[in-house]
Design a protein around this ligand. Structure first.
Ligand code: AQP
Length: 342
């Protein structure tokens, strides 16, 4: 018996963020810092602003193109280099949507119904949710597979969607008898910042759509705002514990320690070794200083880039051209295997 062929193509990196508001510290520490590091891996990188995902929830179409530019500027301000990575708008590459339809016919309803983010995002209002918010993990699978991406740097909340992508790829290759056509994309969920929580409620993830701006640090916040938000962040009355285990059951303390660790490229153990036993009166100013030192250059660069929207558009155009080039043969092959005419 001969072994089924496995994927043997080049490594490729793909990830994206929704242009649904200002990017925040969670997006930055959970995903963007890893995107930047991965540019040194030698693999081609594709980083898109997923505007097709953005319309799954109520949104302002007039603001969407500007939001895409803002996301692109935030990527670059955070360290994504357009000379080494393709930065583009998802909607500028129609292959995402075309492949998504084929993959919707491969994914099973039962798989989709297990997606926890759909339940979180729609809550009790499920009947009024768009079909898009239900099927968007399949579009995400298409975003990844259309480039044959081998690695996908994301935050913890996207782990389940990556597992779904692998299930869809495996099922497609089985149904269409094309083992080795797609890689099994690996999530890269690394560092102390893979799940940054709200500054106002340690049980909720930091999110663009949280109505309270005090719940998050935006990548557009100036130094005074960052300091104020950290000062107002929810904590408990106890000093920081002497060991990381002592953070259990203290979600807000755990979150602030995690943010410090992620900003410093360190571990929670290292933070506890330095601040264990100290109160938030001492820890918060140190965290605020660190956050300002790390984020102020990003905010300055973002503001500079946003001053020249024409240049951002030029980068988005070039990125989309390269993305279309890579996606076209993958889509053509998937269509051929699905038996489409022509
Ligand atoms: N709180 C977080 N901690 C760590 N990583 C996070 N990510 C998002 N929030 C956190 C990661 O950022 C990337 C882009 O996320 P997204 O913008 O596409 O969508 P999202 O996960 O739905 O982010 P938001 O902020 O919660 O947006 P809204 O409020 O619009 O739904 C992903 O890699 C994600 O894991």
């Amino acid at each position: 018996m001969t072994d089924a062929p496995t994927y043997s193509g080049p490594e490729r990196i793909l990830s994206g963020m929704q242009p649904t508001g200002n990017l925040h510290l969670g997006n930055y520490l959970g995903a963007l810092v890893n995107w930047v590091k991965l540019q040194d891996r030698g693999a081609e990188c594709f980083y898109c602003a997923v505007d097709m995902h953005a319309i799954t929830m109520p949104n302002d179409p007039g603001a969407l193109p500007g939001a895409v530019r803002s996301v692109a500027a935030a990527y670059m301000a955070g360290g994504v280099d357009p000379k080494r990575s393709s930065i583009f708008a998802q909607s500028a590459v129609p292959a995402h949507a075309e492949l998504a339809w084929i993959l919707q016919c491969v994914a099973r309803l039962g798989w989709m119904e297990r997606m926890t983010q759909f339940k979180d995002k729609t809550g009790s209002d499920r009947e009024r949710a768009s079909v898009g918010i239900f099927t968007y993990p399949v579009l995400m699978a298409a975003d990844i597979l259309v480039y044959k991406a081998t690695h996908v740097p994301v935050g913890q909340d996207q782990k389940q969607h990556l597992e779904l992508t692998r299930d869809i790829a495996a099922r497609f290759m089985r149904d269409y008898d094309c083992a080795g056509f797609w890689p099994m994309p690996d999530p890269i969920i690394e560092g102390a910042g893979t799940r940054i929580m709200s500054l106002k409620d340690g049980s909720k993830k930091m999110s663009k759509s949280d109505p309270s701006d005090l719940s998050r640090i935006n990548l557009t916040d100036d130094a005074d705002t960052i300091v104020r938000k950290i000062k107002k962040a929810k904590t408990d009355p106890e000093p920081l514990p002497d060991s990381v285990e002592g953070l259990k059951g203290r979600p807000e303390a755990d979150n602030l320690v995690g943010i410090f660790a992620a900003l410093n490229g360190a571990t929670k153990e290292a933070v506890i070794a330095e601040f264990g036993g100290q109160g938030f009166g001492a820890f918060k100013p140190a965290l605020a200083d660190l956050a300002v030192a790390k984020l102020a250059p990003v905010v300055d660069e973002y503001n500079r880039l946003m001053g020249d929207p024409t240049d951002i558009d030029r980068i988005l155009q070039a990125g989309a051209e390269r993305a279309r080039e890579v996606a076209a043969p993958v889509l053509a092959e998937a269509k051929r295997m699905a038996g489409f005419w022509g």
